[in-house]
Design a protein around this ligand. Structure first.
Ligand code: ADP
Ligand code: MG
Length: 447
């Protein structure tokens, strides 16, 4: 997600009427994301020069940027601007801050288990039904042997962290004596590296081994970190032996984490493994309807269906689209039409629909391919090079646009329909030209 946060926010800024298009083009679109720290909700962006930096730090632009970023990330993010080239200096202050923070060991961070991620606000559908059911069972009966560890996997943005935090939240509500620790694999790794440096192994082990429930998010980040893997293996063994519950999330099934120590992956499969699939239409719609109800927004079914039919990859994107629409709903005092929603979302909805093809687009693509000017294609010129290019263009018009010979003839300098028919036959019987047709068609459909 981190990689996309800034590029998605840019799409919003591009259509934000408060942002001057010249600023967008010359300043915002040239900024780069240095880092996004999800733990502290800090986004660092770099500008190319002092002038750009002073402008984005100004009230108006900086609040538009922060709004756009928050809308996309669905969180309250602090945006920091630096000059390009200052990344290293920035990083060293962060490391210093980080070290200072580690001197003061935190047993666990209860704030990460909030009522934001609960079973109540998790929509269940065919795509996540089993994962949800096993998460609820673990929350009701932590440490039971059949579901230990519980291993949830699936692509990004499908609700793994949400379900994992819901387990933690529910256990904290129902078993107030249980010590629940939610941590990301990265945090675990950083803490381990820090303890190697300052030799405070006891602190580290006290933190991770004296828990009743360990929730460890995105375990795939252990790949390539041999020392941490070994430490995690020992932590895992200690907790499981003591009957403590472990929940793990990952982007892959255990057997596909081939770069991880096989002792770990085989242990992961000893409990219960559940995958989450991308949300089906009904689940997407239920998620949107739930949000509309919560925010007391009413949208026509047509608009809701449009969103749910077009934003399909994952729930995070769906939430991003919803945030855009609800922001405009407020701006427009509730008067949203399908057309206005379509244009607001145009920047984020991947155009999986075919672009409207025209003879001009075909002629343009063919003339580029053969390096012949478009006017030659419709001219009376009869040298082989031009005739071949013209015939190929006619063939593609018939093939992709389903045009009649007569109509094609009219578009190509008023030629007779028999001329077009013969041209198409010639192309069909020539393997080289047919290969050109395939190449050009690929270029056109990639547009
Ligand atoms: P992952 O950890 O799989 O990358 P997250 O748990 O962070 O995904 O989910 C991304 C966003 O989508 C979160 O805001 C989460 O609350 C929301 N979300 C995911 N699945 C659902 C669901 N079934 N119902 C409601 N919200 C969901
Ligand atoms: Mg996650």
């Amino acid at each position: 997600m981190a990689g996309d946060l800034w590029s998605d926010a840019l799409k919003l800024l591009e259509i934000d009427s408060r942002v001057n298009p010249v600023f967008y083009k010359t300043i915002l679109s040239r900024m780069e994301m240095v880092r996004f720290d999800e733990e502290s909700d800090l986004l660092i962006l770099s500008c190319r020069d002092d002038y750009a930096l002073s402008l984005v730090k100004g009230n108006e632009l900086s609040s538009s940027i922060t709004n756009a970023v928050n809308t996309i990330a669905d969180a309250n993010i602090t945006v920091k601007f630096i000059l390009k080239g200052d990344e290293d200096a920035e990083r060293s202050t962060v490391i210093a801050e980080d070290k200072a923070r580690r001197r003061d060991p935190v047993i666990y961070n209860p704030s990460s288990l909030t009522s934001e991620y609960t079973f109540e606000n998790f929509i269940v559908g065919d795509c996540n039904r089993f994962a949800h059911a096993s998460a609820v069972s673990v929350a009701n009966n932590p440490g039971s042997r059949q579901r230990n560890p519980l291993y949830l996997w699936g692509n990004s943005g499908l609700g793994k962290t949400h379900l994992m935090k819901a387990i933690g939240y529910s256990i904290k509500q129902n078993y107030s004596d249980k010590n629940v620790l939610y941590t990301t694999c990265e945090e675990f790794t950083n803490a381990f590296v820090a303890c190697m440096n300052n030799k405070k192994f006891d602190d580290f082990r006290n933190k991770y081994r004296n828990v009743d429930v360990l929730l460890i998010d995105d375990i795939q980040f252990l790949i390539g970190k041999e020392g941490t893997q070994l430490e995690f293996f020992n932590t895992f063994e200690a907790l499981i032996t003591a009957g403590k519950q472990i929940v793990i999330t990952s982007d892959k099934a255990p057997k596909n984490l081939t770069e991880l120590d096989s002792r770990l992956t085989s242990r992961f499969q000893n409990g219960m493994t559940m995958d989450i699939q991308p949300p089906d239409f009904e689940t997407r719609k239920a998620i949107i309807l739930n949000k509309l109800e919560h925010d007391e927004i009413s949208l026509s079914d047509e608009i809701v269906n449009y969103i749910c039919e077009n934003v399909t990859k994952n729930v995070r994107e769906l939430n991003g689209a919803y945030n855009i629409v609800s922001a405009y709903y407020a701006l427009e005092n509730g008067n949203l039409t399908l057309e206005s929603v379509q244009s607001r979302l145009a920047a984020i909805i991947s155009p999986n629909k075919k672009k409207m093809l025209t003879t001009e687009i075909v002629i343009d693509a063919v003339s580029k391919y053969y390096d012949i000017t478009p006017d030659k294609m419709i001219s009376k010129l009869r040298n082989a090079e031009v005739v071949n290019a013209r015939s190929v263009a006619m063939y593609i018009c018939r093939d992709l646009l389903d045009m009649q010979y007569e109509k094609i003839g009219k578009s190509f300098g008023d030629r007779k329909h028999t001329t077009v028919m013969n041209a198409c036959k010639n192309v069909e019987s020539d393997d080289t030209l047919m290969q050109d047709v395939t190449n050009i068609k690929n270029r056109i459909t990639d547009l």
